[in-house]
Design a protein around this ligand. Sequence first.
Ligand SMILES: NC(=O)c1ccc[n+]([C@@H]2O[C@H](COP(=O)([O-])OP(=O)(O)OC[C@H]3O[C@@H](n4cnc5c(N)ncnc54)[C@H](O)[C@@H]3O)[C@@H](O)[C@H]2O)c1
Length: 338
Amino acid sequence: MKKVIVTGGAGFIGSHTVVELNAAGYVPVIIDDLRNSEERVLEGLEAILGSRPRFHRVDCTDAAALGKAIAGEGAVHGVIHFAADKAVGESVEHPAKYYRNNIGSLAVMLEAMIDRRIGQLVFSSSCTVYGQPAALPVAETASDRDASSPYGYTKVVCEQLVRDQCQAAPSLKAVMLRYFNPIGAHPSGRIGELPRGVPSNLVPFVAQTAAGLRAQLLINGDDYATPDGTCIRDYIHVMDLARAHVRALQWMDGRAGSTCEVFNLGTGRGNSVMEVVKGFEDVNGVKVPYAIGPRRAGDVEVVYADTRKSHDVLGWSCHHDLRDALRDAWNWQRSLKP
Ligand SMILES: NC(=O)c1ccc[n+]([C@@H]2O[C@H](COP(=O)([O-])OP(=O)(O)OC[C@H]3O[C@@H](n4cnc5c(N)ncnc54)[C@H](O)[C@@H]3O)[C@@H](O)[C@H]2O)c1
């Protein structure tokens, strides 16, 4: 049984990846300081897995504590590094916080990996590295990169750091996954996205509005050059995203020599904000009161993924569609105690 360290494993994408790792026969070990998650995620995971996953409450920027936690695990096969701050708006107000945590935690982890001779890294990147691409769907080779926020630039810098580290230590294999817009939840309703305060992502806001926790959804602009005037994104079910991390580990297992590759993870389709709102109402039989507000600074108009590389090279594709994700998101919202 191969142990895999999952930093940020109590978070939204990390917790779902823990489920998929377990299903694939790995032993996930969560390292998370719970700055943006809660211990009850471990209870949800226990309900799904049948036993509580291994967990260390550690800040990944704390080299001594991280080293101690990893050393205590013995042989470790690989690391999936989710731990990061992720709110674009907050990163504009507090860039130093984002650069320190997102780049700092990765740098500390890479040193720990070299120290412990851990040979595989999967890194969480984002489609924000593309900004508004000139050509759509956007492929990994797109060179017109304007990450448009401090958060986005931390991902650009982290990707470069991973490339540089792979150059310096050829025994290290790395896969960097550029997520598009993860939504949905585990179909059991035991784990899902737990936004703190006002959600900055669309679907949690939609779900909270449908549940009556928010008076209305404010759609940020309906005057974009899209068919219904609202922004278009590539919404991917979090379980499909989670499964891709397992594929990335398996793919690295099959490769001799140094490897450092980047892959898009999306559905390859774009849906507008309005389509998501109407789809949510339709699939769940609920109303989502909304109003149209001004554009939000930094929002790109349209982005969706070219998924050919992840399909052809990783052998991965999505099993779920937008309606599945919106149904699972509502199922999760209803399971939350008010
Ligand atoms: N959710 C998205 O829309 C999205 C899109 C693209 C990329 N990503 C990236 O995916 C990763 C996971 O995102 P998520 O949506 O699951 O976020 P999340 O906030 O739900 O999960 C991140 C987890 O990391 C933990 N964490 C943060 N800094 C830490 C540190 N220094 N030490 C230990 N734990 C720490 C938090 O407590 C949290 O549990 C992040 O790197 C994020 O940038 C997310």
